[in-house]
Design a protein around this ligand. Sequence first.
Ligand code: AMP
Length: 394
Amino acid sequence: MKPGSILQPGQTLGILGGGQLGRMAAREAKRAGYRVAIYTNEPHGSPAGQLADLEINAAYYDDEARDHFLKEADVITMEFENLPGDLLAAFEKFRPVRPGRKALEICQNREREKLFLKENGLPHAEFQVVKNAIDLAAAVEALGLPCVLKTAAFGYDGKGQQKLMGGEDWAQVWKNLGAPRGVVEQWVTFEKEISVVAARGVDGSFAAFPPGENEHVHHILDLTIAPARIAPEVAAQAVELTEKIAAALAYTGTLAVEFFLKADGSLMVNEIAPRPHNSGHHTLDACLNSQFEQQVRAVAGLPLGDARQHTPAVMGNLLGDLWPAPEHAPDWSPILKHPRAKLHLYGKRRAVAGRKMGHFTVLGDTVEQALADAREIKAALAAQLPARDQPSPE
Ligand code: AMP
């Protein structure tokens, strides 16, 4: 496919990665008549591979697999950001890769992401980059307590993070991080965490979904309440900042920006995800176009769809913790019997604690109603577990 042209139904969308985000994008692409090729280092039958026309299962360094994927895919996108830069560079020589390598390289590394925010005058928590225990002690001294140490690379869902309260043994803390570089961030006292999921087209057009409000349990997203219960000016500012970020990254595709909302109404960017995001899953059921349709449209070179939300919604994640045993799924009737709830399962064969197995969305006349129903559904699912496995609040 030539850079200025549009991917036509019948042509092939190539997706790097085989997880649930690729699965939901594949479903949207298939609906519109595109072929889908998945390239994943997961074994055959990955969540995305199950719905694709072709699934290539090989290491990302496998030359034969790369060539095969390139031969099949007319345009390439990805469903996770931790891909080797040289792989993307190799693909970029022959096919449009959307989003491009620059955006991925920034968003896959916390150090580069923080520097990007700083250089572009975007609000963020004060931070310092650290390379050893001496740097760490100096950073804590400069930033003040509490603060949080995070790995510079490849962290998600709170992995590779430690909150520092003071009195720790810095040498031990540094050793526990187990990474060559870290970022120390000032602790932010926030009122809410919100996120904006948005898309940017090849032509620079931009469309954002209304911000969602996120509740985490043990650092993993638990619920997204959409639209977020925030002042309209705050919502407008979050969207404006997201547009600025997307433009500065010269972005094409769907992206998400997570924010901390402080008591004074100000926002700080926490993280940028260069892909559809867990906090945008409700868009499948509650918006005119979903975040995955927007991804397909943008990557295909089409104009973006209308990102309006037509119904208030709450999305709840379904983690492996809900499975009474690894191969024994919960009884889904609390979701299936609800007239305004939708069950989404990702086709993962084995449930593991903390693993995202699916999600549900509840629609309501009001966000409060959807939230009350979502909490009821969660409680009914949790009640199926033996008492010792009942999830504890954070
Ligand atoms: P992250 O992986 O950086 O998104 O962090 C996971 C979660 O940890 C966030 O969603 C916040 O709830 C919390 N967190 C991370 N960084 C900070 C910070 N600087 N101040 C307060 N809470 C934080």
